[in-house]
Design a binder for this molecule. Sequence first.
Ligand code: NAD
Length: 506
Amino acid sequence: MSIILQFTAVFSIALLSPMFIPLIGVMKYPALDNFVNGTTMPGDHRRIDVTSPLDGSLLSTVPLSTPVELESAVAAASEAQSAWASLTQRDRSQFFFNYRELLRSHLDELAELIHLENGKTIPESRAEIDKAMELTEFACSLPQLTSGEVLEVSQGFYCSEQLEPLGIVASITPFNFPIMVPHWTIPVALALGNAMVFKPSEKVPLSAGRTAELLTEAGLPDGIFNVLHGDRELVEAICDHPEITALTFVGSTPVAQAVYRRATASYKRVLAMGGAKNHLVLLPDADPEYSGANITASMAGCAGQRCMAAASLIAVGDVDHVIDRVCQESRAMIAGENLGAVISSAARDRIESYITEAEDQGARVLVDGRNTVVAGHESGSYVGATVIDQVTPEMRIAREEVFGPVLSILRADSLDDALAIENASEFGNAAVIYTQDGDAARQFTERARSGMVGVNVGVPVPREPFGFGGWNESRFGAGDITGTGSISFWTQAKKITSHWIHTDGE
Ligand code: NAD
């Protein structure tokens, strides 16, 4: 993005939000504060820099909150939650109709913000907000989905069930989707009557601040949605807090495991989504043009920083004509144009080290994205789309999550061999097959050990009302984080048995 365009974008954000007045020459935005009880909460915190992966420029600073700030947020949530819960489902959902319109009218501004703090391209940022709107629409539809049940179980005895909120809940999110992943939980959890403490990634905190402002503008009562910025210390305090009854976490597997263990130790309801290593199986009968483009988009979209991204392509038999297309498409991914930045220079170095190690172990780099520099953005963090052939299942690059625009090709002789590789993965987020053969597709969907499976769909994200959720080390806890399953996660069912006695004449 040109400097002029960049300042124009920042200026337009400043016009729309008093919180984001650009400080030219120092950092683009003022120091960010927590958002508690409907307003910013300044405090005496440790702070860290928020830099743009696009060019390394300083965007803002973010507080690293402590258990003291958590107490304030929980107190505000506690004060507000019972009045919020006493509204009807229809009344609570009304706020989210307003909010959805605000997301729509601020789409350009939010897309610029995501682009600046996360590094993904503007079209990718816009797509993320589109998805957040769809998730908000699900919260709008809750009156139709939560009507409950009633049954006359014996003559004159009625059992009914009604859903009640849990109280104060928490949501902790990663850097890779600053708006969409938070919206997996925020609209549905709040619309169901809970109050929330939200802890976004400290790498992309600006979008979270705007989310809080827009929810307030939509009319959400103060204290129902509170944003606390921070790192491990804050996450651990959230896990331990006795008044927080449930939490969701989305991030890497080691942290998801630690959060799940710690938060369940204090008897919370927990769903912790972890990392991924997604396998795409390519059969010789796959449509070459479509599959080549679709595999590349899955691998390089959002610079490979998607938990649904293609990581390993299992090439069955002679599919070199499709691999040639993947290489062509990958070379057409231009960093700084249709390929965004990765989140930091540390992430770039980690991704490049996986490529170099695989090469040293005998893999063949067909398209090499190392040492990618974008002219005028020399301090940005970029990795070009990379395709590596002759990767073997024992190599670290085939087993661990790389989280960058890198496709490892593993060779297999049959669908059975391909499934054996997929089934051996400790992760289990997504698995995909490219074929025109219905029987092969059926075998694959039955035997893949992943929670989300695609047939000729490289990023098989289920859309509402279906739920998003992986298996194995990609998820700790039961159920899905979106869709109808999220309704039971964020509520508790009360079962009522009634028998009304006829008292004639009274
Ligand atoms: P991360 O695990 O480093 O951070 C996620 C959250 O945990 C952040 O809010 C962070 O502040 C906090 N955190 C980091 N280290 C912590 C620690 N030691 N103790 C307590 N909290 C800690 O993840 P990330 O780098 O921000 O995001 C990328 C990861 O998220 C990838 O592994 C990706 O696959 C995963 N992800 C998974 C899904 C899914 O649905 N399965 C979706 C999106 C992203």
